[in-house]
Ligand binder design. Structure first.
Ligand SMILES: N[C@@H](CCC(=O)N[C@@H](CS)C(=O)NCC(=O)O)C(=O)O
Length: 322
């Protein structure tokens, strides 16, 4: 996989770049950290000047990416489909990283690879070229490439453009949501990657045990509670769902997270189906793309690139919750 160095696309070795001396996977920090805010004041990081406007902002996503999936979900839950436009890259990377073709078109800048969007924003850019990206048509730059922050700004800043007044990060639940987010990010969202990208047995064992300790805890919690924070559906649920819906088709096999399947967890699986069946959510999901993406040819994980046929999964079966 490649990355940008001083504005130039450079190829380098995947595993070497991503794991530390103990074989543990380390996710790189995102480089563009501005915020769209209601009044255009700077957010917690970056520059000001990004006010919410209809049609001004654009998302670049890849359907297989769980971090990008968060932003598609939040756009749906906030009813921002007509306010923030979306382009999908080809759901798989080439030597040029994330790229576009005749079926997956960059309708804003007409680029052929996502790294060109990054260098359009910063000609000397150094860093990984990741999805999602929130692009600003007015200032012709990247607002942010950090999904956790993009979904927060979608929830907080675009209120007047949203066709719903639903708040997925309500003040009184900040503590509870933050604490679920922290646990779920470390052990589940990123935990499955730590398992899949481990380059030592010990790092793998540790990551997989962490994944399942949290899934066990979530299943017990969801036996008693409709959503993570009681009866209110929140950002914490939005951040858990992309990993759950990919679990059995991708992480169980491709990342060797195979102590249990999601389908073996009565409550967590029903909860995942409930979210899948919420309006608009199924349009953000593509199980075949996940399978092909996670089982794509990789010297470390799948040298022949053979994609398994199973398992057969139907998140559309009635969830029986509520
Ligand atoms: N912190 C970022 C992580 C995004 C991320 O790692 N995306 C992956 C795809 S699932 C990516 O684009 N990786 C390309 C690379 O690292 O070169 C976020 O949550 O937005």
């Amino acid at each position: 996989m490649g990355m940008l160095v001083d504005g130039r696309w450079t190829e380098e070795n995947e595993a070497k770049a991503k794991t530390d001396a103990s074989g543990t996977f380390r996710r790189a920090e995102s480089g563009f950290r501005n915020w769209v805010t209601r009044d255009g004041q700077p957010g917690p990081t970056g520059e000001g000047g990004f006010v919410p406007e209809n049609g001004r902002y654009h998302l670049y996503v890849a359907m297989n990416c769980p971090w990008a999936h968060r932003t598609l979900l939040m756009r749906t839950f906030k009813g921002l489909e007509n306010t923030i436009s979306v382009d999908k890259t080809v759901p798989g990377r080439s030597k040029q990283g994330w790229y576009f073709n005749d079926d997956y078109v960059d309708t804003v800048l007409g680029k052929s690879a996502l790294h060109e969007v990054y260098t359009e924003a910063d000609a000397n850019c150094t860093g990984r070229v990741t999805v999602p990206v929130l692009w600003d048509r007015a200032r012709e730059t990247i607002v942010s490439n950090e999904s956790a922050e993009i979904i927060r700004m979608m929830n907080d800043a675009f209120g007047s453009f949203s066709n719903t007044d639903r708040d997925l990060y309500p003040e009184d639940l900040h503590g509870e949501i933050d604490s679920w987010n922290d646990l779920i990010y470390r052990t589940v969202n990123n935990g499955v990657y730590r398992a899949g990208f481990s380059s030592s047995q010990q790092a793998y064992n540790e990551a997989v045990r962490g994944v399942f300790a949290t899934l066990d805890k979530l299943d017990a919690h969801l036996a008693e509670s409709r959503y993570l924070c009681g009866d209110r559906f929140t950002e914490a649920d939005v951040r858990l769902f992309p990993t759950m819906i990919r679990f059995d088709v991708a992480y169980y096999g491709a990342f060797k997270c195979n102590l249990r399947r999601l389908m073996d967890y009565e409550h967590l699986w029903a909860y995942t189906r409930e979210i899948y069946q919420m309006p608009g959510v199924a349009d953000t999901v593509d199980l075949e793309i996940y399978k092909r993406g996670y089982y794509s040819k990789s010297p470390q994980r799948n040298p022949l690139g053979i994609v398994p046929l199973g398992p057969d999964i139907d998140p559309g079966i009635p969830h029986g919750r509520g």
